[in-house]
Design a protein around this ligand. Structure first.
Ligand code: SF4
Length: 358
């Protein structure tokens, strides 16, 4: 007998979750993912922690090379051969994915957590029909027969706005927007709790980008999905996400509700990143640039990794890794400008008012 196949639009999940009762959806704690490159270690992700609750959308942003895609690939354990998780945990429903074997992780990938990659033309198999590609993980991971899986693939295509009949097309016969929708349908194939979008709209024109973001938002509401969006585009996060995590050089600089972080950024890197982002509603005619470049992660600076570029750097910044502090509005920041106040609310350290290099 084959397993029951949930309808794609059924909000409560029909499949039993692989879970520890009462555990949060996703808790990443002190994650470290390093690459080996020509005999040297590249600390691409170096102590990243965050949490994702059911139905929540988290955006992860930062400059190229900050570790956001490596973080995403670590979550689904699809790292390149020269990369490995060397520390920390990735608890999904209380189960640590970081310690699972390559074989065991296959029980979780697609079924519990799936990913939509950037550039659907590269991610889809060019010589297989789209419907068959969506049906494949349904057969493999849920153990249903091919005919049922193809029917569900058709339902998923309709769910993402592609006529069922177009499922017989090959990827090159679809537009860029349709291919990206097909990738989203594939990510939903096994009814996962979490979908990660790794720059899911980067290669698309602005109109199609808006349609895809709208689709993700509607799917989140309809299916009760949790989303992690990896992007360098802060406007995508502002439109789509509840919380944002700003990464710099493999570490978390700032994390919190989007409204708070974007209207009152506290970390100097977040402030610079927002100032460098185009805003058509602002009077400014020029964009700020962040001077310098991110550090070489084979030999990162010993203290705050942003110190060589930070206009507010103090002596301590070059020597001591800044501890995280959390404000009452649930924003946490890793910066020596703030310290725990006596009331429990972090305060600006006195030296920060006068010390700076700008
Ligand atoms: Fe880093 Fe210091 Fe600047 Fe804060 S003030 S971002 S700790 S260099």
């Amino acid at each position: 007998m084959t397993a029951a196949v949930p309808r794609p639009d059924r909000p409560p999940r029909a499949l039993p979750r692989l879970a520890v009762a009462g555990a949060p959806l996703l808790e990443v704690d002190d994650l470290k993912t390093h690459f080996r490159l020509a005999g040297e270690v590249v600390r691409a992700v170096d102590g990243v922690s965050f949490r994702l609750d059911a139905g929540e959308a988290l955006g992860i942003a930062g400059e190229s090379g900050c570790g956001k895609t490596t973080t995403a690939l670590s979550l689904v354990r699809l790292l390149p051969a020269n990369a490995s998780i060397v520390g920390g945990s990735i608890r999904l429903h209380g189960i640590d994915l970081a310690t699972k074997s390559d074989t065991a992780i296959r029980r979780y990938r697609w079924r519990e957590i799936s990913i939509v990659f950037q550039g659907a033309m590269n991610a889809l198999n060019p010589v297989a029909r789209v419907r068959d590609q969506i049906a494949e993980p349904i057969v493999e991971r849920l153990g249903v027969d091919a005919r049922t899986a193809r029917r569900r693939a058709g339902e998923l295509l309709e769910l993402v706005g592609i006529p069922r009949a177009r499922g017989s097309a090959y990827p090159h016969e679809l537009s860029g927007g349709m291919r990206q929708r097909a990738m989203i349908a594939m990510a939903l194939a096994c009814d996962p709790a979490i979908v990660i979008g790794d720059e899911p709209t980067t290669a698309l024109d602005v109109m199609v980008q808006a349609q895809i973001l709208d689709l993700l938002e509607r799917l989140r509401e309809r299916l009760g999905l949790s989303l992690i969006l990896i992007t360098h585009d802060l406007s995508v996060i502002a439109e789509t996400c509840d919380r944002v995590l700003i990464m710099y050089a493999g570490r978390v600089a700032e994390e919190g509700p989007v409204a708070q972080v974007f209207t009152r950024p506290r970390h100097p890197y977040t402030q610079k990143l927002l100032a460098a982002f185009p805003n058509i509603q602002a009077d400014r005619r020029t964009l700020d640039v962040i001077p310098g470049t991110p550090p070489d992660l084979r030999t990162p600076p010993p203290g705050c990794r942003f110190a060589p570029r930070c206009p507010l750097a103090m002596a301590v910044c070059s020597e001591v890794v800044p501890p995280e502090v959390t404000f009452a509005d649930r924003v946490r920041v890793a910066c020596h400008l703030y310290s725990e106040g006596s009331s429990g609310e972090p305060v600006l350290v006195p030296a920060a008012a006068t010390v700076g290099r700008a």
